[in-house]
Every structure is written in C-alpha cells, then in structure tokens.
Design a binder for this molecule. Sequence first.
Ligand SMILES: Cc1ncc(COP(=O)(O)O)c(C=O)c1O
Length: 395
Amino acid sequence: MGSFGRLATRVVETQMPVMVQVQELQRRYTNAVSLAQGVVYWLPPQQALDRARELVFEPSISRYGADEGIPELREALIKKMRLENKLNKSSVMVTAGANQAFVNLVLTLCDAGDSVVMFAPYYFNAYMSFQMTGITNILVGPGNPKTLYPDADWLERTLLETNPPPKLVTVVNPGNPTGTYIPEPLLKRISDLCRDAGAWLLVDNTYEYFMYDGLKHSCLEGNHIVNIFSFSKAYGMMGWRVGYIAYPTEVEGLADQLLKVQDNIPICASIISQRLALYSLELGPEWVTERVKDLVKNREIVLEALSPLGEDGVRGGEGAIYLWAKLPGQYVDDFEVVKWLARKHGVLVIPGSSCGCPGNLRISFGGLIESECKAAAERLRGGLEELVRDGMVDN
Ligand SMILES: Cc1ncc(COP(=O)(O)O)c(C=O)c1O
C-alpha cells in the first residue's frame, strides 16, 4: 500500500459527489447542454456588483473579519429574517454558503455514532456531510409516493422506536431534488415531533424565494430549530459563496460552539462576498421574485419535455428549480440512462440514485434562459421518446 493508504476511511467509503461525476460527463461531451446543476442563469444585481468593485483596494476586504459575519450584514439579515421569515428570536452566523452552514451545524449538534433522519429523495450533499462527519446511522424516511411530502407517521414511529433517539432531523423546503414544498401544518407537525423527542430540526431554506402557483414560503422558530439560507440562487451569487444560519438565541452555549467550528473551517466568509450580499439584500426580495417569475415558463417547457414518461411519471416542481421524473421500471440503474442521454442526446441531468431513489431523474430548470431551455428540453424529449420506444440504443 502506498501513501494513499493513509486516507480517512470515512471519506474513501463515500461515493464521488454526483456533481463531480456530472462535471466529468460535461468535460467529455463538450456539446452537451445542462439541465443538471442546481444553478440560476442570472448574475448578481448590477448596482451591487458596481459597489463591490469599488471596494477591492479597501484594506478591510483583505483582512479577516468577525467569524460570525460582518456586523452590517448580520444586522440586515436579522431585519430580513424578522420581516420575511417571522424569525424574531434568532441569531445569525454568516457562512461560505448553505453547504458550509449545514456542515457547521452537523459538527456542532451531532457526535460520531449518533443517528440522524432525512427523507428520500434527499439532497445528496446533506447525506454525504453526515457520512463524512462520523454519523453512522442515517435513517432515511419515505416520502408520500404522490406528493413526495415527508412521511410524518413514519417519523413519529422512528423517533419513538430508535434508542437513543435521533439527534437531528433535516428537511429541505422547498426541496432539492424534487421541488416539493412542505405545507406549513406538516412542517409544524414534524417540528413538534422533533421537540417532543428531544431532536433538532434543521430546515434548509435555500429556495425560499422559489415558489410558484401562489404558494408562500414560511419558516418555523423554536429552541430546537435551526434554519439555513443561501445567497447563491436568489441573487445569482453561486461563486461568491455566502449563506447563513439562523439559530435560537436562547439556547445556552450554541453560539460559542458554532464559533469554534467556524473558526476552524473558513474563519469567516469572504469579506467582499459579504459586502456584495449586503448590497444585494438592500434591493429587497422583489429583485429575486421578479426573476423567479421567469422560471415558470422554463418549468412548463421542461414539464412538456418529460411527457414521454407519462402523466404519473413526473412529480414536484411547486418550488425550487427542480422536477422529479420516474424512469420506466427496467431503468433502475439511472446513471446509465444519464450517461446515455449525455452521449447520444447531448443533455445532462442528475440520476435519482444520488438522492437515494434509483430509477429516477432530477431535472433543473433554473440555469438556462428560455430559448436555451427550449433547446435543451427538445434534446431531453427526443432522448426520452427514444428510451421509451426503443431502449438505450447507441446509433
Ligand atoms: C438544498 C440546497 N442546500 C444547499 C445548497 C448549496 O448552497 P450554497 O451554494 O449556498 O452552498 C444547495 C445547492 O444546490 C441546495 O440545493
């Protein structure tokens, strides 16, 4: 065994992240268009970018900032959370994106060997974050086959029957990979079950502004609830890496423990990125919701492209930027289908197996402007028609 023998087993045993695998397909099939990555097509607000550009030579940009985030941004976020999310008793920590917020929380709230709960289909990065931080018992609950809502009856039984009870339950709302929105009464029931069992509830609100058909996003607050948010999709700031944690102020010691983790990973989120986040936030949520309105057309276009899979083949999409599609029964190995679609039809999507549900596809409709989305959807439709009619033939 060479020097690689020293790699940590916990990392070795995890699969390569699905996005890394899809990026590899993208490099190989350079003409393929992507309905894979969870991104939006817009850039950050021009006014905010102009202001950030002015800052480059300011010394504070090159120095470390406060671990929990620059005071101006934290203050603005506290206001935003009160006004928009009805979070009145929460403190805030700024992170390098919602993914880092998630890892911070797992490291802060869970110990190696704990059990945790998530629901299938799950957000692949959350699953891997648990695996890599020593959680050995990841209990994956079912979703309702029609609505894909987390099964709260299963959760109730699981929290009662697992000894010691799971330390943390997590949901994404609206969801990645399905776009399913968890209605407030159901979220409340999940929260009450967690509170009664002494478990934390971690809600990922990355897509809070991405709601369609008149639905309105809402958050819950409590001394057992942590919420995470992201600037990535809302303000087109994927590469700037800014997210945040809203955590209960009243829980003694939590702020200190979060700071320990933060100081050992990014120390602080990039200062210029935090400034850009602040300037973007100042434009108000309307800046985001105006752009989200445009995605309704993209969703329609992709929905139409999925029609070869039949009416019952497509679920979700009432929020976020995703649709969830069931492949014909023989295609359990969905990654083979994904590779074939890339190779033969020049379109990239995500295999459902990476979200714990083999035999499905996740399709993102956020990353392309309407004309490009149409072109990508045509390829997808062509591929799916052929798949259903002839199978995965290669010429
Ligand atoms: C549910 C969810 N959480 C977190 C993230 C990561 O967001 P960030 O770029 O803020 O780390 C994503 C990105 O796709 C996501 O879909």
